[in-house]
Design a protein around this ligand. Sequence first.
Ligand code: DGL
Length: 273
Amino acid sequence: MNIGIFDSGIGGMTLLHQAMVLMPHENYIFYADTDHVPYGTKTREQVISYVDEVIRFMAEHDCKAVVIACNTATAVAAELMRSRYESLPIIGIEPAVKPAVAESRGKRVLVVATPLTVHEKRLRKLVERVDDAHLVDLLELPGLVEFAERGEFVSDSVTAYLRERLSGYVLEHYRELVLGCTHFNYFKDTFRVLMPPQVHMIDGSLGTVRQLMRVLHARHELLEPLPETDADWEQVKNGICVRYYESGREITDAARLSTIRQLHERLENMRKI
Ligand code: DGL
């Protein structure tokens, strides 16, 4: 059986990549809903109907679990999908606000995400629950999703966009930057240059994969025992079984698959920052 992982686009590969190094023996389906990307500037109703279509696809493609590798889709649709697909474990990614606040030692926490995630009740409630000292600020960065989908990860335009969006913040007051959209991991090198050295970056992908492993373990559905550490990407990357889909159409074209391999290489580099 497969582990299904999906996002509106290439952002979800952050989570797929993390799952691949922790569980290289599993079989994966990765689904990018490119017909509907971006999700973050759509309405809740639109995103709910897209997510429903993807989860139905996963259920029909022999998936033992589905990961919503999209903070936006999790925020608006995870609970509803769990009630619709009761027998299928559905795991969602959330901005890592709780660990960020715990690590911030009294300094500020900046959570960057899509407009829909920032305005959703789910994130607001999470912040209310963990942010007693009112240290958390929320910032929308929809432009990064567009840059990522164009394959533009490092450029003067990316830097100028981020500089402009961050210009209203005294960055020296911050200790944690929460990457609350899976597309944002592709830009960690630029964030690293723009943020003061004391700012630590965190995202929810590792925690979500660990949750996925716990769920599969509890259901006796892990192909190999729980791993202690990540596998070495160089050693495992060619042996992992993944099928890639774009809005339901399998990607078989050699040029597209080669681009996907390059995205994994970039994500491997970003993981080390
Ligand atoms: N990557 C997604 C997220 O984590 C959504 C990006 C988008 O489609 O707007 O929120």
